[in-house]
Structures are given as structure tokens and as C-alpha cells.
Design a protein around this ligand. Structure first.
Ligand code: IMP
Ligand code: MG
Length: 180
């Protein structure tokens, strides 16, 4: 087992989602979430529940399964659309909900797919975490919960080798460094 260090507590995530939900309802009248599985599922569920709690805005949830990580902690550089979206999104304003915006490859791919293939009207981006340091594509989040350094995080839906998704906080795996 790898040792996990706590980065962001459950309470901090909950508090931040409350503020985020307030911002989102101020600026949007209808919501069509495109949730990137599997990592963003818990975040999207909590965000949608909070929006429901404080507003009458209808939140439609669509899911897409993408993968750029195999068994590693670094991106393979190729996006695999494991499961696309069958629903009709023609002419809709959609909001991508993802766990992490890192190099931007995944969301650049997804934005293009939504605009060009699903023919949506507009795409906004909402992420739990923004790792700005490694950005390699011209893409940014309209909404984000936290900015973090370039560490490998797990928990609150995010995994390492299919493990740790169920943690209720966000942790990171400290890199093993060899002394001497
Ligand atoms: P990007 O395509 O480089 O922006 O990578 C974004 C995707 O890689 C995210 O949606 C995550 O699924 C995954 N990812 C990036 N960093 C991490 C991490 O620290 N932990 C777990 N998954 C990560
Ligand atoms: Mg992802």
C-alpha cells in the first residue's frame, strides 16, 4: 500500500462546493452537465445536489467515459473514448464537469467532440482541481474549486490503479526520493 497524505479535507471540499454552486446558479439558467467518468462522478453528484438544494435550476446529467491514463501516474498522451454520449445534445449549452485540468489534452479533446460531433451551442468547463503548471493546451476552466501544485492526487473520486476513489478527502502520494 502507498502512503497517502491529506491535501484537502472533506470539510474544505464541502465548503468550496457550496460557494461554487452559488456562483454557478448566478450565471446559468439551465444546466447540462457532461460528467467525465470515472474521476468526476463524486464531485458532479455533490455539486448537482447542492445546486438542487439552493435553487430550482434543472440539472441534466450526461456521462462520458474517457481515459488517458493506463496504469501509470503520467498521461499516455492519447485519449481513449471508452464510452461516448448517445443522447442528443444538439444546440444545448453544456458544462463539462471533470476532476482535474492538467495538461489540458483531455478537455481540449472533449470540447472539440462536443462542439463538432454533438453540435452543442456552447461549452463551459468546471473542474475540481486545476494543475496549472503542466498546461500544454490553450484551455482554461470557467469554474474551479482548487488550484494545486503538480502532485499526483487521489480520493474523492480520483484513483491510482483503481484504488482510493472512495476516500472522502483529497490526498496525494508522496514521491519516493532516494537519499545519497
Ligand atoms: P490532462 O489531459 O493532462 O489535462 O489530464 C487530465 C486527466 O488526467 C484528468 O481528468 C484525470 O483523470 C487525470 N489526472 C491528471 N492528474 C491526475 C492526478 O493527480 N490523479 C489522478 N488523475 C489525474
Ligand atoms: Mg479524468
Amino acid at each position: 500500500m502507498q502512503k497517502i497524505k491529506k491535501l484537502i479535507s472533506h470539510k474544505k471540499i464541502e465548503d468550496r462546493i457550496k460557494l461554487l454552486a452559488k456562483d454557478i446558479i448566478k450565471e446559468n439558467t439551465e444546466l447540462n452537465f457532461v460528467v467525465v467518468l470515472k474521476g468526476a462522478k463524486i464531485f458532479a453528484r455533490h455539486l448537482a445536489a447542492e445546486i438542487k438544494r439552493i435553487s430550482d435550476i434543472k440539472v441534466n446529467v450526461y456521462e462520458i467515459t474517457l481515459s488517458s491514463y493506463s496504469d501509470k501516474v503520467s498521461s499516455s498522451g492519447v485519449i481513449d473514448m471508452v464510452e461516448g454520449i448517445k443522447d442528443d445534445l444538439f444546440g444545448k449549452d453544456v458544462m463539462i464537469i471533470d476532476d482535474i485540468l492538467d495538461t489540458g489534452l483531455t478537455l481540449t479533446f472533449l470540447r472539440k467532440y462536443l462542439l463538432e460531433e454533438k453540435k452543442v451551442k456552447s461549452v463551459k468547463i468546471c473542474v475540481l482541481l486545476d494543475k496549472k503548471k503542466k498546461r500544454a493546451h490553450d484551455i482554461s476552466a470557467d469554474y474551479e474549486c482548487f488550484k494545486i501544485d503538480d502532485v499526483f492526487v487521489v480520493g474523492y473520486g480520483m484513483d491510482f490503479n483503481h484504488n482510493y476513489r472512495g476516500l472522502d478527502y483529497i490526498g496525494f502520494i508522496p514521491l519516493q526520493t532516494r537519499q545519497g
